[in-house]
Each structure stands twice: as structure tokens, then as C-alpha cells.
Design a protein around this ligand. Structure first.
Ligand SMILES: [Zn+2]
Ligand SMILES: [Zn+2]
Ligand SMILES: [Zn+2]
Length: 261
């Protein structure tokens, strides 16, 4: 029997549609414990913190209110503006069970190729954005890119305007209910059109060889991984970079990014 860390979440009985990699690659998985939101003991938990949020129904109108864990502050309800206090008793690193994550009570913020996604971006329906993304519209067919941030702050010639992606609420919800994957430099969740891709894991050269229809892993690598060339393939072979691979849930196409320590 393989150790739990080599298993996938589906094999553990807690599936995530967008996370098919081994459990060991999830940066916030915390093993079995007691959920601090619903108090269920012996449940598979995640530790959420900076960049993440907790939500609860507004006491006045019943709509969902989110709080950044980093702020641990009262916030106005986005629907009725009633002030919602930070939930009593919660600290800065909160253990949240699988059921609460899937119900959207503990949201795991994501960095994506369209910029950060957390509670505010979910409310706005647009990712935080990336400087200069508006000049690369042709690379993102089917995605509505809109200017984000304060245009006053972006007037100078030196500053590229920030553009974020308008994403379907269901896509944002699913990403916020998905574990974050471990990297050297921070994750970049990839999309096909406005659809988040499925994270398959950190791949070796042999994984590309095994998945290439013609057995030519290097060709598949160069096709799928952005900003990569023959030198990058050599770096992967000698273990000096990490490559993070995603699959489209609709077309099956692979895309990847890489980083180094
Ligand atoms: Zn819970
Ligand atoms: Zn309200
Ligand atoms: Zn590039």
C-alpha cells in the first residue's frame, strides 16, 4: 500500500475536480484533525491563512460574507452593507475540513495567469489582474479581459495598465474550493479560455515521455510548457527546474509552467 502522501485526494476519498496531483503536492493539506469552522473531529483538514478567506451567512440578510484571514476584521456585507464581525475564536491559521472547503466556508485564494483570485475578486467577478495583460488578448481567446486597479495610478508611460479576467462565478467558486499546489516561486493556475484547468502535478522528463503519443516527451514539453526551449528541457532532465502541468477538462490539452529555486 502506498503512503498517503503519494495518493491522490480522490484515492483518499476527498476528491477535488481540479486537483489530480498527489496529496503531497497540496501546500495546505494538514491531515486528520478537528475543523475550526464546524468542529467535526477526525476530518481531512486544510490550514488556511494569508490570501485565504472564511465566509458565513450575513446575520442581517443571509447572503454570503467573506473575511480575509490576513485581516481578521469586521467587514460590510456585500449585499446589505451590515457590518459582519470576524468570527469569534478564529486565529490566523485556521484548520478547515474538506466538507467546509467544498461548501465554500473556507476559501483557498489562488494566484492565476490572470492575477490573484480571492474573496473580493469573487464578489467583483474579475481577477485582480496582471500588468500589461491587455496587450496579449490574442493569447486568451474566449476570455473577457478588463482593466483593473486604479487607472489614475496607471497613467504614467512607465506603468503598464493592469488587466484581469472576467470569469464565470462557478469557475471562481471551484478554484477557491481547490487546494493550492506547492512550488518554488508561487503557483500560477492555468486556464483554457475562461475554464480553469486540472492540476496534474509536478512532472519529470519521464512523465512527458510517457504521455507523448509518439513517445517524444521533449516535443510535448515544448508544445505544452510556456517560455520553454531545448535548454529548459535539459534543465528538467538534470533536475534544476520544476514543471507544473495542467490538463484541460474539455479538450484534454496539456499546458504547464516552470520555475526554479
Ligand atoms: Zn468543517
Ligand atoms: Zn447582508
Ligand atoms: Zn512569456
Amino acid at each position: 500500500m502506498s503512503s498517503p502522501s503519494h495518493m491522490t485526494f480522490a484515492e483518499l476519498g476527498i476528491p477535488f475536480p481540479l486537483f489530480a496531483a498527489p496529496v503531497a503536492e497540496a501546500s495546505k493539506y494538514d491531515g486528520l484533525g478537528t475543523c475550526e469552522l464546524c468542529n467535526t473531529a477526525e476530518s481531512h483538514c486544510f490550514r488556511i491563512g494569508i490570501g485565504d478567506a472564511v465566509t458565513h451567512p450575513c446575520a442581517s440578510c443571509g447572503d454570503v460574507v467573506g473575511h480575509h484571514v490576513a485581516d481578521r476584521a469586521a467587514v460590510p456585507c456585500p449585499s446589505c452593507s451590515a457590518v459582519a464581525p470576524w468570527p469569534a475564536g478564529l486565529g490566523g491559521r485556521i484548520r478547515v475540513c474538506y466538507a467546509c472547503v467544498r461548501a465554500g466556508r473556507g476559501l483557498m485564494g489562488k494566484d492565476t495567469e490572470f492575477g490573484l483570485l480571492s474573496w473580493e475578486q469573487r464578489v467583483a467577478g474579475v481577477t485582480l489582474g496582471v500588468p500589461g495583460l491587455g496587450e496579449h488578448r490574442q493569447d486568451y481567446p474566449g476570455v473577457e479581459l478588463v482593466q483593473t486597479g486604479d487607472p489614475e495610478m496607471q497613467l504614467g508611460e512607465m506603468m503598464d495598465a493592469w488587466f484581469g479576467a472576467k470569469l464565470p462565478a462557478a469557475a471562481m467558486d471551484e478554484l477557491l474550493r481547490t487546494p493550492t499546489y506547492s512550488t518554488w516561486q508561487g503557483e500560477t493556475w492555468l486556464f483554457e479560455g475562461p475554464t480553469p484547468m486540472i492540476y496534474l502535478g509536478c512532472w519529470q522528463a519521464s512523465n512527458f515521455d510517457a504521455h507523448a503519443e509518439d513517445g517524444n516527451g521533449e516535443r510535448l514539453f515544448l508544445e505544452a510548457v510556456q517560455d520553454a526551449d531545448e535548454g529548459t528541457w535539459d534543465d528538467l532532465a538534470d533536475g534544476s527546474i520544476s514543471v507544473y502541468v495542467f490538463r484541460s477538462p474539455t479538450s484534454g490539452r496539456l499546458r504547464g509552467t516552470w520555475d526554479r529555486d
